[in-house]
Design a protein around this ligand. Sequence first.
Ligand code: NAD
Ligand code: DAU
Length: 357
Amino acid sequence: MILVTGGCGFIGSAFVLEWLQGGHGPVVNLDLLTYAGHPGNLAAVAKDPNYHFVHGDIGNAALVAQLLATHRPRAIINFAAESHVDRSISGPMAFAQTNVVGTLSLLDATLAYWRTLPAPEQALFRFLHVSTDEVFGSLSAQAPAFTEQHRFEPNSPYSASKAASDHFVRSFQHTYGLPTLTTHCSNNYGPRQFPEKLIPLIIHNALRGKPLPVYGDGQQIRDWLFVNDHCSAIRAVLTGGQPGETYNVGGRSERANLDVVNTICRTLDELRPRAGGTPHAALITHVADRPGHDRRYAIDDSKIATQLGWQPAVGFDEGMRQTIQWYLDNAAWVESVTSGSYRQWVDQQYQGLAQPA
Ligand code: NAD
Ligand code: DAU
């Protein structure tokens, strides 16, 4: 039995699906079902006797204590978070509450449970915290990629809240001996990503003939990783990672945002041409830049590659094509997640520019 938090979100759901389909054992999924959490993401396993869903908050200490005592997991994988940088800029408090206070509360309940375990089970137990490369701040064009030793320089309320939670995780290992692991991953993309993030937002708007908002000059660089490769990295760290260690995970696919958007446009021109044949790229619209926008992220993955033998399996072009095809094939999913609160967000963030019809 493992406990996954935030399993109804983008990455958590990919992880739970693969975990169950791979026969790795039973899963309890604790998810608050915020705007970003969708039980439908896990419809394929909803009736699996090895899948158990609990609707609740990682910050609810009594609920978590009861879950841990009942299910006695051998590991906890903490995906639950507020995850969108732009939302952290317009409303940072929710990020402190979930990412910092929520994670601390989860750690505290985990420690109390872990202390009740017999010594052999204590030794095997793992708390794996899913963090981000954004805690390292921004790189110049020529700077070497982030290693695990790079100092924390978080620039957004989101990355600051993730950095704070990482420090609490570290402290629980150092002070109490709780066997923790932390991963710092780059930008994920793939099926079931909520269309507030760049790639699904661009696909969503392009299919509706809406403007494609590119912040600033569009030359900001991200390192893109297909979501299932992030899941395989987490499994590798869970199995082979050393307690107290951190592991960087990346896609070896640095791309400027404008190049990513143009790739989506070209692929859609081929798979779903616009009426009249106008290229989708004609919809690209440069808009005001994100405040404090990080210029470049890049990951040095040599630690996880050499120590755990992990490397990404899906190249950027192949992953993008699969992702775009998934959105074309799953219009009903997109409809179900782009309800009233989504429209409100898009309207507020883009001031009508990208509002769906
Ligand atoms: P997401 O926003 O798609 O999903 C977050 C999930 O957490 C949702 O299901 C939501 O309902 C749940 N949740 C939120 N607050 C909760 C709470 N208090 N208690 C229980 N559940 C709660 O996020 P994602 O993109 O899948 O990211 C998952 C994790 O991976 C996050 O910790 C994020 O920081 C990290 N990460 C994401 C990326 C990326 O590119 N998306 C990259 C690196 C790391
Ligand atoms: O690096 C890992 C991080 O990647 C994760 O920790 C975060 O949870 C995840 O949201 C992601 O953060 P980003 O801010 O990099 O992702 P986002 O998809 O929001 O933006 C990607 C880039 O695209 C970024 O440079 C901002 C830009 N952008 C984004 C949006 C939504 C645009 O140009 N236009 C847009 O409309």
